[in-house]
Design a protein around this ligand. Structure first.
Ligand code: PAF
Length: 286
């Protein structure tokens, strides 16, 4: 199976998409930062099931990394990514340089920000992170002008924020979320799992186990959200991780839920060695 072609300039990207548009084909976008794993390939396959042409972008976006975060260390593996994309239905990879994406420089570029939603949960410990995400995703939407775009549900807060941006700015893009792909012990697949030492890797599934326990308790009728959140933090800590948050929220708005809310999500983030892990469990009652 052959690797998809790569466009690294806007002109090449637009020329290819214009051909597809003239032929009346639907176009899907799967934004990524590369270092692809099966979770990303699920996104591409889901996109290929809904559009005739899929563009995957590979760009390690500096705007979404804070000072002291892993921007420099983030694995850049384009040749391997292209191998993995062969046979998934990806028609084109857009892999721009930073100069192509931000010709005015990182600090000089226009920003897109979703206030409120971007400041809670992961936004508390990563100020500016979600503004970096929405800025690059807005730009990719304008460059590709896709009919639909596919994101992983592992970054659940990111998905909610992108949906809000699409509503607020009237992007004509159908945003789809795809369930999290997991290792056999439950750990959510992530490019950052490679930072874990063997001992940390053995401890890491504890966060998913804690999320599942909370989800089960909610399904069984538990409504003491504060107690559930505390138990989740304790479970993660006793597995040797440093929990950042463990929260029960509403799926649509990420607001704290009322006792009669039916569509909930339990979200957690914790530090484990060099890695910062995030995960969530969706809970639909009834
Ligand atoms: O989820 C990611 O990998 C990134 O946040 C995204 C959406 C590709 C934007 O850089």
């Amino acid at each position: 199976m052959s690797r998809p072609p790569v466009a690294d300039e806007v002109s090449g990207l637009r020329a290819r998409i214009a051909e597809w548009r003239r032929a009346g084909l639907r176009v899907a976008l799967v934004p990524t930062m590369g270092n692809l794993h099966e979770g990303h390939l699920d996104l591409v396959r889901a996109a290929a099931g809904r559009a005739e042409r899929v563009v995957a972008s590979v760009f390690v976006n500096p705007l979404q990394f804070g000072p002291g975060e892993d921007f420099a260390a983030y694995p850049r593996t384009l040749a391997d990514d292209l191998e993995q994309l062969a046979g998934t239905g990806c028609a084109l990879v857009f892999a721009p340089s930073e100069a192509v994406m931000y010709p005015q420089g990182r600090d000089g570029t226009t920003r897109v920000e979703v206030p409120g939603l971007g400041d809670m949960l992961c936004g508390t410990s990563r100020p500016g992170h979600f503004a970096g995400v929405t800025t690059v995703v807005a730009k990719l939407f304008n460059l590709v002008q896709p009919d639909l775009a596919v994101f992983g549900q592992k970054d659940y807060q990111q998905l909610v924020i992108i949906r809000q941006m699409v509503r607020d700015l009237d992007f004509p893009v159908d945003v789809r979320g795809v369930p999290t792909r997991r290792e056999s012990d439950g750990l959510a697949m992530s490019s950052r799992n490679r930072y874990l030492t063997p001992t940390e890797r053995r401890a890491a599934p504890a966060m998913h186990a804690a999320l599942q326990a909370a989800a089960e308790a909610l399904r069984a009728g538990e409504r003491d959200f504060v107690a559930l959140q505390q138990a989740g933090m304790d479970n993660i800590e006793s597995a040797g991780m440093s929990p950042e948050y463990f929260e029960v929220r509403r799926q649509d708005s990420l607001a704290p839920p009322a006792a009669d809310d039916r569509n909930l999500v339990v979200l957690a983030a914790s530090k484990l060695g060099r890695a910062r892990l995030i995960d969530n469990e969706l809970v639909e009652l009834d």
